[in-house]
Design a protein around this ligand. Structure first.
Ligand code: NAP
Length: 470
């Protein structure tokens, strides 16, 4: 498959090429003609010339047509994501279902005017006038996305921008650009005017950093690692930055938890998407009195997550993104073992395949607990009581999401109140959400500016206030 970056709807005619390899087989999946600095400059220029007069109905219709086209091509897209990311087909089909939701909700938002009306005769300083708000698209926005959901991360940026009427320049991950480029082609086919969307991959200083720096790009929405995300404010200067960064999410299992529910959620949270979700369960904090009953249940559940060829429909855990990522996971696991942790199941790798792994007796200072591990490892730590679990959950620079397993409302509400993170899901995995609900973290996981389709449409637009004397 030979694809080229899109400049305002047109494929680039020349450039250096980037080969994308299947992380499982090592075969070349495709080649991409990459962008260079002049293409980034040109994309900004075209975005600023993009039509300002797309009606709400036109935006709705494009997004809805794109949803229908994607639904028709679900299987082709799922196979492409599997080939370039190593995520198993079961996960990539699920991912497309989520992207269909994003397009559906964005099409709905395109029709919705959330303007407000205020009476102005409400204060001695007021007047007998009325004040209104309306939403304007921003002139030009950029989005930078990670590899772990090659389509859904892209849809979550592109669809809300288009719903808002904002021209967007997308810089997808260099590890998974093929899906993003195919999706852009589908949007143009659905009727999207070319200047509304460019998709560029290329050297970081010439594409990503240039987009972040250029003052004409009014909004930058970035999803990725803390290390990169924290560098962006210094580059961006005076502009709106939406940062969705890494996580180290706990699943807290309290003393009264239903242990079967807890084991199911721990396995789903730790192993889905090869453990490569920002909201994957990265630490399982279990009350010490139930730990010995919980751990065998989790080990038994783990056996259901068959690891292997991502293209096999029976596989439940495909590869991580590449072999260096799997080697890095193994290094962190070995450090924990040296510190006293015990591997109960898994713990082996072959190429980029990393077996679903359950580890117990993990010391609290271990890197496996303190840092974000992006792979299918489920580390279990014993806790003394609710306060200890909350303190341990909060004892991390991250603050993305969390899950709590309990049947007690008072304990659930204590967790909602005291956990320092963007989401608390009771009797659910941290990653549970709908595509339109507000989503995003605090502390190192983000600046508290939410995404999710409704919030993201707001991020890609500005509120204008006006008043009338009638
Ligand atoms: P990453 O290495 O930070 O890369 C993310 C994106 O940033 C890629 O497109 C990358 O381009 C680009 N980039 C790299 N250096 C840059 C720079 N100096 N300036 C601007 N952009 C730059 O993250 P990743 O490894 O792809 O993704 C995994 C991370 O994303 C994890 O930490 C995960 O938790 C996080 N994540 C967070 C959320 C959330 O919603 N909070 C969701 C999903 C993932 P290249 O591909 O060219 O390097």
């Amino acid at each position: 498959m030979n694809l080229a970056c899109y400049l305002a709807g047109q494929p680039l005619a020349a450039g250096r090429t980037l080969a994308i390899r299947n992380p499982y087989s090592g075969e070349t999946v495709g080649q991409v003609l990459m962008a260079a600095k002049p293409d980034t400059e040109a994309a900004i220029h075209h975005a600023l010339q993009a039509p300002r007069n797309l009606s709400r109905l036109e935006r709705h219709t494009i997004l809805d047509r794109a949803r229908q086209l994607l639904a028709d091509r679900l299987e082709t897209f799922a196979q492409l994501i599997t080939a370039e990311s190593g995520l198993c087909l079961r996960e990539t089909r699920y991912e497309i279902g989520r992207s269909l939701d994003v397009l559906r909700f964005a099409a709905m938002e395109a029709l919705r005017d959330d303007g407000q009306t205020f009476a102005a005769d409400v204060s001695p300083n007021g007047r007998p006038r009325k004040i209104f708000t309306t939403r304007d698209p921003v002139a030009c926005a950029a989005a930078i996305t990670p590899f772990n959901h090659p389509l859904n991360q892209v849809t979550h940026k592109v669809a809300p921008a288009l719903a808002a009427g904002t021209p967007l320049i997308l810089k997808p991950s260099e590890k998974t650009p093929l899906t993003a480029l195919r999706f852009a082609a589908l949007l143009y086919e659905a009727g999207l005017p070319g200047p509304m969307l460019s998709v560029l991959v290329g050297p970081t200083p010439d594409v990503a950093e240039l987009l972040v720096k250029d003052p004409r790009v009014e909004v930058v929405c970035f999803t990725g690692s803390v290390a990169v995300g924290k560098r962006l404010p210094a580059l961006a200067g005076y502009k709106r930055l939406v940062l969705e960064l890494g996580g180290n999410d706990p699943l807290i299992v309290l003393e009264d938890a239903d242990l079967d529910v807890a084991a199911h959620l721990a396995a789903e949270g730790s192993f889905r998407n090869s453990g490569q979700r920002c909201t994957a369960v990265k630490r399982i904090l279990v009350h010490t009195r139930i730990a010995d009953a919980f751990i065998p249940r989790l080990v038994a559940k783990t056996a259901e997550y068959r690891c292997g060829n991502p293209a096999d429909p029976e596989t439940r855990v495909g590869t991580v993104i590449d072999e260096p990522a799997a080697i890095q996971l193994m290094a962190v696991l070995h450090e924990a073992i040296i510190d006293g942790a015990r591997v109960l199941t898994g713990g082996k790798r072959r190429g980029a395949l990393f077996e679903p792994t359950v580890v117990t007796e993990v010391p609290r200072h271990s890197r496996l607990i303190r840092e974000e591990t992006f792979g299918p490892i489920a580390p279990v730590v014993r806790t003394d009581d609710l306060d200890d679990a909350i303190a341990l959950a909060n004892d991390t620079p991250y603050g993305l999401s969390s899950g709590v397993v309990t049947q007690r409302l008072d304990h659930a509400l204590a967790c909602v109140k005291h956990l320092r993170c963007g989401t608390v899901n009771i009797n659910e995995v941290p990653g549970f959400r709908t595509e339109n609900s507000p989503f995003g973290g605090i502390k190192d996981s983000g600046l508290g500016i939410k995404e999710g389709v409704i919030e993201a449409v707001r991020n890609f637009s500005t509120v204008k206030t006006f008043s009338l004397p009638w």
